[in-house]
Design a protein around this ligand. Sequence first.
Ligand code: GDP
Ligand code: IMO
Ligand code: MG
Length: 424
Amino acid sequence: MNACVTGLQWGDEGKGKIVDVLAEKSDIVVRYGGGANAGHTVIVDGTKFALHLLPSGSIRPNTICVITNAVVIDPQVLIDGIRKLAEKNITLDNRLLISENAHVVLDYHKKEDQLREEALGKNKIGTTIRGIGPCYADKVGRSYAVRMGDLRNLDKLKAKLQNIVDYKNKLFTALYNAEPLNADEIFQNCKSYAEKLTPFIIDTTEFLHKSIAEGKSILFEGAQGSMLDLDHGTFPFVTSSNSSALGMPSGCGVPAKMVDKFIGVIKAYSTRVGAGPFPTEQDNETGQYIRERGHEYGTTTGRPRRCGWFDAVVTSYSATISGIDEIAMVHLDTLAGLKEVKICKAYEINGKETTFFPANIDRLSQAQPVYETLPGWEEDLSEISSFDDLPANTQNYIKLVEQITKKPITIIGVGPGRKQTIFR
Ligand code: GDP
Ligand code: IMO
Ligand code: MG
């Protein structure tokens, strides 16, 4: 069975945990998009792993891990990730495969990300400064792009980098009055990346199709979430890739029809990190309560996440565009202790109610959430292992989300650990 796990909110939904749990029954886990802007947390027996580029199946010793074409790879972050796992006696030797066609994030991408955000001032996107936008821009622009396969031909790469860095330096000095970068330094870094990473570089599309033909079970893992999708999210406050499940087929060269099940991950509330519209945001005591109880601070940047009520308009839209079959809802434990809990079931825009999410931010900025208020629950859920043992108010909350989104919630998270997962 092949499945795809994708975020249905603004990222950080808990994809890492869900992928790790589902990876138990998968032969292969595939990261199909985004870059080191992602931070996927997996907690196993109290040990915490923060994965930025490695698939969340990496922790399981026999799982093949694949990073496909549409991922933008910061080689140093990947090397650090491999090393950190090795320090915990988890080796990726003979089970990590990296696409030769994945694009490489280099120093000038991170520099440009930072310079551009600084120049934008109060209009900044609030990116992770991981060079994501500039790297995808070079990919689309084609002429100044470096791909993982280029690490196999260093002479050619040296000349290519000289040309790219000359061009970037002209831009950076003219536009931002910035210090020029040194092409040779970047090349020397690439030489060291090549030494460590070339053994893993292959044609991942061929590998995946062979594996599918052999009947292997594959789990596809998305990064970010549908609301950050370049084409379907809250543009321009998005990332630079198709981070909904729509990015899966193009991201790895496997058609969606070869995936048996699309699983969307949501939190029992909403969070967003970075700038941009967030209709159900609670910039108040409730938001603070959720942030502290849920440890809502970024895995990649450490920034406090903005918190708010669950938005069923967002989830319904995301589930629709991503073709979601089932939902995993995590962090129900975090909401415990609130007297009342709210679910946004519609937006009112200029006096008219809508249940279809307006991805155009001019309309979205007019949206007033229409809430359904439910009684909360006091009980600690973290030890509960079956749906029937959940408090009635928690069950009702889950059922209302199912009713509004018309999707079954088949996996429930009651804590960050692998075992704190309820299957229905
Ligand atoms: P991802 O980017 O979607 O993988 O999510 P992150 O790892 O960035 O953020 C999710 C956070 O929630 C992590 O710290 C997880 O350990 C944690 N988490 C996941 N599921 C649950 C849950 O059911 N309850 C609680 N309390 N924490 C959870
Ligand atoms: P995971 O995979 C949450 C956000 C950034 C910013 C916007 C653009 O852990 O869910 P970028 O650096 O991509 O150009 O930033 O997207 N963002 C994320 N927010 N989780 C993520 O990944 C994110 N990746 C990017 O905060 O608002
Ligand atoms: Mg994250």
